[in-house]
Write a new protein. Structure first.
Length: 131
């Protein structure tokens, strides 16, 4: 079975977006969905439905990659222009708590959490492509 974070990165790269309709997972555009991708979506359907229903797309993509992805790097890094993370362990611990609080949490209600999750998603992708 393909790990969830790998599946989410595949959806991002393809690009395919997910929606939930009546408890069913819908991938769009459907012509980009391969049989292998269908099988991977079936394996992770319950988690994907919960993520998409809670967060919407693409925030579900960013939250899922953060929560279910590889261990984040622990050296200081640039989160976005003018924003440097100097204590990654504390940053990730707080980001995890905020993400687990869901879209109703205080940082999510203002959009700050979604911005940080997207920035981490991009930073992790850049780190992986330069490795």
């Amino acid at each position: 079975m393909k790990p969830l974070a790998t599946l989410l990165h595949t959806l991002y790269a393809t690009p395919i977006r997910l929606e939930v309709r009546g408890g069913s997972l819908v991938a769009k555009p459907s012509e980009r969905v391969t049989p292998e991708l269908v099988e991977a979506l079936r394996c992770h359907k319950e988690t994907l439905v919960a993520l998409v229903e809670a967060w919407g797309w693409p925030a579900a993509l960013h939250a899922g990659c953060f929560l279910f992805g590889p261990e984040p790097r622990l050296e200081p890094f640039e989160l976005s222009p003018g924003r440097r993370v100097t204590d990654p362990a504390t940053f990730y611990a707080r980001l995890t708590l905020d993400t687990l609080a869901g879209p109703g949490g205080p940082r999510a209600r203002t959009g700050a959490l979604q911005e940080d999750l997207e920035a981490v998603f991009r930073a992790m992708g850049e780190a992986a492509s330069s490795a």
